[in-house]
Design a binder for this molecule. Structure first.
Ligand code: RIB
Length: 341
């Protein structure tokens, strides 16, 4: 006997209309607690919008779902391009979703894609996670993740960059130019991606005999606005001659704020990013950065997902992608200190 909205409503002690709104994602006027309660019951009862969907799930639709967290960030749009090419080459269509870096929206999209009977989901996760909520979230189609970590059970593969080595190479490069006090304007420090980049930053300092100073670590969103605001308000430390940023958007925002403060890049201070989005090469000055092969990340993730869908065995469920230093004009040797008179 298939589970109905009415069954869920009775258990939850709400109206069928409320359950229907939550299931269809139109729950703006419903409290978070009620939404979570209804979702939990629906998952426990293995609710499906209609029994036809369940019987039809055995039918392969040759469709992949891709969820990315920020469609405005060229890193993720390049990634989506690689994902689509990879799906197309294997005869699959791609449904594309933007979660706006919001876990609830991400989970709604997983539900929606499942109801649309995709054969699998490739997920570039949002930053903020909720272990308890995710561990109770049943995903009934194969899912492969890339870049950031998730707590969802049953993930069939994870592909990410070697962030620690990438950050190490970045800071080692700045030190090779002569910089010793380097500000790290990190992305969100709650996620492993940023923690690994911080480890690489610290390893390069230690190797050069430079003491780590936690006052030179700032953390915030992976956004242009964050980089701009951080450097607009930063209390200048004349000893700091370089800034390493958690991604290119932070770096480009920082450069804009520095220019407004009449601080020249790289003459007065060097700035370095991470990702190598196309804006890094067209900016003036060109942004020195670490290239994350975003296209290849998306391409490889969908290839792995389709292998899982088609039963190709993958013993190694994790794939780590090497990164590359891309020197450009935003970094230079530090200015010589005025000779002591
Ligand atoms: O630009 C977005 C950043 O967040 C990238 O560095 C990527 O690794 C993601 O985690």
């Amino acid at each position: 006997m298939s589970v109905t909205l009415k069954d869920i409503a009775q258990i939850a002690g709400v109206s069928t209309a409320t359950v229907s709104k939550v299931i269809s994602g139109k729950h703006q006027d419903i409290g978070e607690k009620t939404i979570e309660k209804i979702r939990k019951i629906a998952r426990e009862l293995d609710y499906r919008p209609n029994s036809l969907a369940r019987s039809m799930k055995t039918k392969v639709t040759r469709t992949i779902g891709l969820i990315i967290p920020d469609v405005r960030n060229p890193f993720f749009t390049d990634l989506a391009r690689g994902a689509e090419d990879s799906a197309h080459e294997r005869g699959y269509s791609l449904l594309f979703c933007n979660s706006d870096d919001d876990l609830n929206k991400e989970m709604e999209y997983i539900d929606t894609l499942t109801q649309k009977q995709v054969d699998g989901i490739a997920l570039a996760a949002s930053v903020k996670r909720n272990r308890k909520l995710e561990e109770g979230f049943r995903i009934s189609v194969p899912i492969v993740t890339l870049d950031r970590d998730v707590y969802f059970p049953g993930v069939r593969g994870h592909i990410h960059s070697d962030n620690e080595s990438g950050a190490y190479d970045a800071v080692k490069y700045l030190i090779s130019l002569g910089h010793r006090r380097i500000l790290f304007l990190s992305g969100d420090l709650t996620i492993r991606v940023s923690k690994e980049r911080l480890e690489g930053y610290r390893r390069a300092l230690t190797e050069a005999g430079i003491e780590y100073d936690e006052n030179l670590l700032l953390g915030g969103p992976f956004s242009f606005e964050y980089g701009y605001e951080a450097m607009r308000t930063w209390e200048m430390d004349p000893e700091v001659t370089a800034i390493f940023c958690g991604n290119d958007l932070i770096a480009l925002g920082a450069i804009k704020a520095l220019k407004e403060r009449r601080i020249k890049v790289p003459q007065d201070i060097s700035v370095m990013g991470f990702d190598d989005i196309y804006l890094a090469s067209i900016n003036t000055p060109g942004l020195t950065t670490i290239r994350q092969p975003s296209y290849e990340l998306g391409y490889a993730t969908v290839r792995r997902l389709i292998d899982v869908i088609e039963g190709v065995d993958h013993s190694d469920s994790t794939m780590v992608i090497k990164l590359e230093l891309i020197p450009r004009e935003s970094t230079a040797k530090p200015k010589k200190k005025a000779a002591l008179g």
